[in-house]
Design a protein around this ligand. Sequence first.
Ligand code: SAM
Length: 288
Amino acid sequence: MERLYKPARVVELQNKYGFRFTKSLGQNFLIDGNIVRNIADLAQINKEDYVLEIGPGIGTLSEEIALRCKKLVSIEIDESLKELLKESLPYDNVKVIFKDIMKLDLKQLVEEEFQNKAIKIVANLPYYITTPIVSKLIESGIEIESMTFMIQKEVAKRFSAKPSTKDYGSLSVFIQFYSNVSYEFSVSKNSFIPKPNVDSAVVKLEMKEEIPEIDTEKFFKIVKAAFSKRRKTILNALSTYGFNLEKTSILKALNLSNIDPRRRGETLTIDEFAVLTINFPSLGGDKD
Ligand code: SAM
């Protein structure tokens, strides 16, 4: 049987099941065997692995993972793919669950399907909902070994951006607070059917074993405030944000944290934001 990344096979399945792409669900399916293999290689999928995939589509990436892993569970929102996927993924170690990933109880899923084992997550994500999905996975509290994602190139750059670059922002800090991110490779629009409007890239996120023991809610509020006025100094950005704090108390916190108040927020590293969070006054009275 032809592999699912062959355009002829996609068209054959599409015609057989009368499948129509839904643009609003971010349905751009891979038709490039090298990219499919490179993603599975990068995720280092082997016979011991339990893998979660989001959005199998017609099963192109799922097939490659299924052939390498112990068990794959793929979550797909589009029920019109049900019959098609039964034919395209005839593997005993694959289960497709038709559900919106955003409405899924991940802890329950990992308990029921993977007996609470650490999992690897692999996906060519629907671009309209990339950040909410990745945030949900990170914040779910499930044990994740690694996440390998195909995402929009612009978002991949923001995920992996370093301080003092134009792509560095609160999203970079959020992702890198919890994981070590690497921007792996860019992917041409020609690798998909239908062709997307934007370029793509593959990133790998390895969850950090230890994260700073700080008040994360306060940390992310400070980060948001620091990036709210990128062209201002960190002192001005924080004191005009609406925290309802005296400028002198913010200055004191910056000094205590060894951060020059004339620097811009976008130059601060995650460690510096963490130290600042510890020294920062309580945010009980902020407007957020
Ligand atoms: N993995 C396939 C591939 O690489 O060819 C398809 C990837 S396509 C970019 C994204 C897939 O995610 C589509 O099949 C789409 O229906 C599915 N999807 C979109 N929103 C979803 C959601 N909220 N929950 C689960 N799946 C979703």
